[in-house]
Ligand binder design. Structure first.
Ligand code: FE
Length: 139
């Protein structure tokens, strides 16, 4: 998989907290109800915690009751990458940031209208950029 933003493991380790490194770069999952954004209702754009790419809008966030931030769709399908995940004896669809290849979460087809999708994303993979704030995406 080639991505626009390439960093070595050492560079990611230096940039990210241990928890974020584990989720984003080692395909980890935070414990349910442990993340910062589970109950957040603020307006803004949820960006990749590794590279700043815009991923999800607060307008598509819903309370799934699962303990992870959940969205009905990404801001743009171009900003995410889907990958079949067969770990833990399940077949799931992993969601990655297309720009940097970091792990975000999984997408399921049991979500609410209008898409019927549930994008189940780790808080540790996200940074909420409030509505009125300028982007600081890496190039
Ligand atoms: Fe990213």
């Amino acid at each position: 998989m080639s991505t626009r933003i390439e960093k070595s493991d050492q560079e990611w380790k230096a940039k990210l907290s241990p928890e974020r490194y584990h989720v984003l770069r080692e395909h980890g999952t935070e414990a349910p109800f442990s993340g910062d954004y589970v109950h957040t209702k603020a307006d803004g754009t949820y960006c990749c915690a590794a590279c700043g790419a815009e991923l999800f809008s607060s307008t598509t966030k819903f309370d799934s009751g699962t303990g992870w931030p959940s969205f009905t769709e990404p801001v743009n399908q171009e900003n995410v990458l889907l990958h079949e995940d067969r770990s833990f004896f399940m077949r799931r669809t992993e969601v990655l940031c297309r720009a940097c290849g970091s792990h975000l979460g999984h997408v399921f087809d049991d979500g609410p209208a209008p898409t019927g999708q549930r994008w189940c994303i780790n808080s540790a993979s996200l940074d909420l950029r409030p509505e009125d704030q300028k982007p600081d995406q890496e190039s």
